[in-house]
Design a binder for this molecule. Structure first.
Ligand SMILES: NC(=O)c1ccc[n+]([C@@H]2O[C@H](COP(=O)([O-])OP(=O)(O)OC[C@H]3O[C@@H](n4cnc5c(N)ncnc54)[C@H](OP(=O)(O)O)[C@@H]3O)[C@@H](O)[C@H]2O)c1
Length: 274
């Protein structure tokens, strides 16, 4: 079983440098995938209230040594108030069957609702109470993050954003770096579509005798981005974890950077669907 390297977050937790994304999976699929992932050595499991699979994820976690796991969840916009995150935490923790979460994220800033600063205050209180070990955001742009910092003096430990070689978000990553925020990548494989068949990715994969998915995940991990690829397939789950025993050259990293902007823009982070 492989040991995944970790990164230390600003409040002291250690977070695995690659994890398993569980959307879209229902309870049964999530239970199966998380069980396989844990056997392979995954420790970071990413779920959310919105995925409606926390019960299945929790079933798979039962019996695993709690202190070795890094369980992440996220809450929806209805909990954007000072007290809301506590209610959201209690619901997620009960479904997952855990007493604490390793990381809880505000899923979207929902600027039209404009209550994400209150949600952030609620998360700070949850961390002070020891119910969550680390707190963060998802889909926050630098302006949203700056406002949290200005109004509370506390920066998120993690910001989870859509990121891959076709959407590199260099300026956002730089902002994160300056504020001690770890960048976590959702859709790190570009959802497994055109990115993986791009000739540049294919050529680098052939040069290293690795799969295109491994090359893309190495581009992320080599730049201190934590990817959470989703897979329900045991072979691809194993591949996606085995990305720390080879290095891309600076030319290869630059060639992958060159794919920035070659896919259609990602979902608007202002969307307020959940
Ligand atoms: N915070 C947010 O707003 C947000 C939004 C979207 C997603 N997320 C999180 O990010 C996770 C990952 O994002 P995602 O599922 O959108 O996209 P992704 O991880 O980039 O791609 C997943 C797709 O790639 C396939 N795949 C996995 N490993 C592969 C490999 N090595 N080679 C080829 N294909 C591979 C998977 O199929 P198989 O299952 O068949 O392997 C699946 O179809 C989600 O599960 C979720 O936890 C967060």
């Amino acid at each position: 079983m492989s040991q995944v390297p970790t990164v230390t977050l600003s409040h002291g937790s250690t977070m695995p440098r690659v994890g398993l994304g569980t959307s879209p999976m229902n309870d049964a699929d999530a239970e199966r995938a998380v069980r396989t992932a844990l056997e392979l050595g995954y420790r970071l499991i990413d779920t959310a209230e919105n995925y409606r699979n926390e019960v299945g994820v929790g079933r798979a976690l039962r019996g695993a040594p709690r202190d070795e796991l890094f369980v992440t969840s996220k809450f929806n916009k209805r909990w954007h108030s000072v007290d809301g995150p506590r209610t959201a935490f209690e619901a997620s923790a009960e479904k997952l069957g855990v007493e604490y979460l390793d990381l809880l994220l505000i899923h979207w800033p929902n600027p039209a609702q404009d209550r994400y600063v209150e949600a952030w205050q609620g998360l700070i209180a949850l961390r002070e109470a020891g119910l969550v070990k680390a707190i963060g955001t998802s889909n926050f742009k630098p302006a949203h993050l700056q406002r949290l910092i200005d109004e509370t003096g506390v920066a998120p430990e993690v910001n989870q954003v859509q990121l891959s070689p076709v959407w590199t978000k260099a300026a956002e990553r730089e902002f994160h770096r300056q504020h001690g925020i770890v960048t976590e990548a959702w859709s790190p494989l570009g959802k497994g579509t055109e990115l993986l068949s791009h000739p540049t990715v294919q050529a680098i994969a052939a040069a290293h005798d690795r799969s295109p998915g491994q090359v893309v995940l190495r581009w992320e991990t080599q730049q201190d981005v934590v990817p959470i690829p989703k897979s329900a397939d045991p072979g691809r789950l194993a591949q996606n974890l085995a990305v720390f025993d080879f290095d891309l050259t600076s030319d290869e990293l630059a060639a992958l950077d060159g794919l920035d902007g070659t896919a259609k823009p990602p979902a608007d982070s202002d969307r307020s669907g959940h």
